[in-house]
Design a protein around this ligand. Structure first.
Ligand code: NDP
Ligand code: 8X3
Length: 253
C-alpha cells in the first residue's frame, strides 16, 4: 500500500485529494492547523475504506513544529511515496503601495517557507528509500503576475522555481518533483483571501463554472500514478471559461 502526505488537508484541494486517494486505498498522512477537521476526516475515511490515516496537526510556518511532526513518524509511516505540498493562501489583494506587512509575511511564510521546510524534512526519508514524488501546488499566479496579486504571485513564481531547481537536486535519488498550477477554483481560497467577506468571495466565481477541488484531486492522482519512468513535470489547469488571470468569459443575466 502506498502513502501520501498532504499538507492543508482540512479544506479545498487537500481534502478532496485525501478523499480520492483514500478511495484508491492509499494510506494518508493528513495535516493542517484545524484539529477538529483533521479528526473528522480521519474518522470518515477510516470508516469508509480499508486504509490507515494519521493526522498531524501543525502550522507549516513553524519550523520546529514541522521538524517535530516529521520526526514523530514511526515505522511504515516514514515510507512516504508522495508529498503533496498544498497548504497555502492568498491574504488580501491590492496594490503594492497599500499592502499589509502581516499579509505578506503570512503568504511568504506559508507558501514558500512552509513548502521548503516540508521538502527539507521529507526529502531525506525519500532519499533513504531511493524513491518518492514531491508534488508542489503553485498556481496560474505562478505563471502570470496580475495587478493586485504582487506578493501572492511572487510566492507562486517561487514555488515553480524552487520545484524546477529541486528536480535537479533530487534527480540522482530517483525522486520526482512535479507542480500543479490551477486557475480559479471554488474552495475556501477566496473566503480566506478576502478575510471572511463571503459576498466578495462568491463574486469571484459568479457567471462561469470555476474548477472544483475534485478536478485538482483528479490531476494530482494522475500525476502520482504514472509509471516509474514518467514524471509529469507540471499540470497547468484552468476552467474552460478562463483564458488568463484577468480574462474570464462570464455570463451576465
Ligand atoms: P483552502 O483555503 O480551501 O485550503 C487551504 C488549506 O491550506 C487548508 O487546509 C488550510 O488548513 C491549509 N493551510 C493554510 N495555512 C496553513 C498553515 N500555516 N499551516 C498548515 N496548513 C495551512 O484553499 P485551496 O484548497 O484552494 O488552496 C490550496 C492551495 O492551492 C494553496 O496553496 C493555494 O494557494 C493554491 N491555489 C488555489 C487556487 C484556487 O483558486 N482555489 C488556484 C491555484 C492555487 P488549516 O486552515 O486547517 O491550517
Ligand atoms: C489562485 C488563482 O488567479 O486567484 O492561485 O491567483 S488566482
Amino acid at each position: 500500500m502506498k502513502t501520501i502526505l498532504i499538507t492543508g488537508a482540512t479544506a479545498g484541494f487537500g481534502e478532496a485529494t485525501a478523499k480520492l486517494f483514500a478511495q484508491h486505498h492509499w494510506n494518508l498522512i493528513i495535516t493542517g492547523r484545524r484539529k477538529d477537521r483533521l479528526e473528522k476526516l480521519e474518522k470518515e475515511l477510516t470508516a469508509a475504506y480499508p486504509i490507515a490515516v494519521l493526522s498531524l496537526c501543525f502550522d507549516v510556518r513553524n519550523l520546529e513544529e514541522v521538524k517535530q511532526a516529521i520526526a514523530s513518524l514511526q515505522g511504515n509511516w516514514k515510507n512516504i511515496d508522495v508529498l503533496l505540498n498544498n497548504a497555502g493562501l492568498a491574504a488580501g489583494r491590492g496594490p503594492i503601495q497599500n499592502g499589509h506587512y502581516e499579509d505578506w509575511e503570512q503568504m511568504i511564510d506559508t507558501n514558500i517557507k512552509g513548502l521548503i521546510y516540508m521538502m527539507r524534512e521529507v526529502a531525506p526519508l525519500m532519499i533513504a528509500r531511493n524513491r518518492g514524488h514531491i508534488i508542489n501546488v503553485a498556481s496560474l499566479a505562478g505563471w502570470e503576475a496580475y495587478g493586485g496579486g504582487n506578493v501572492y504571485c511572487g510566492t507562486k513564481h517561487a514555488v515553480r522555481a524552487i520545484s524546477r531547481s529541486s528536480r535537479v537536486d533530487l534527480l540522482p535519488h530517483h525522486i520526482k518533483v512535479s507542480v500543479i498550477s490551477p486557475g480559479a477554483a471554488d474552495t475556501e481560497f477566496s473566503l480566506v483571501r478576502f478575510k471572511g467577506d463571503k459576498e466578495k468571495a462568491d463574486a469571484v466565481y459568479e457567471g462561469y463554472q470555476p474548477l472544483k477541488a475534485e478536478d485538482i484531486a483528479n490531476s494530482i492522482y494522475f500525476m502520482a500514478t504514472q509509471p516509474e519512468h514518467v514524471n509529469i513535470e507540471e499540470i497547468f489547469i484552468l476552467p474552460t471559461a478562463q483564458a488568463t488571470a484577468t480574462v474570464t468569459h462570464k455570463q451576465t443575466n
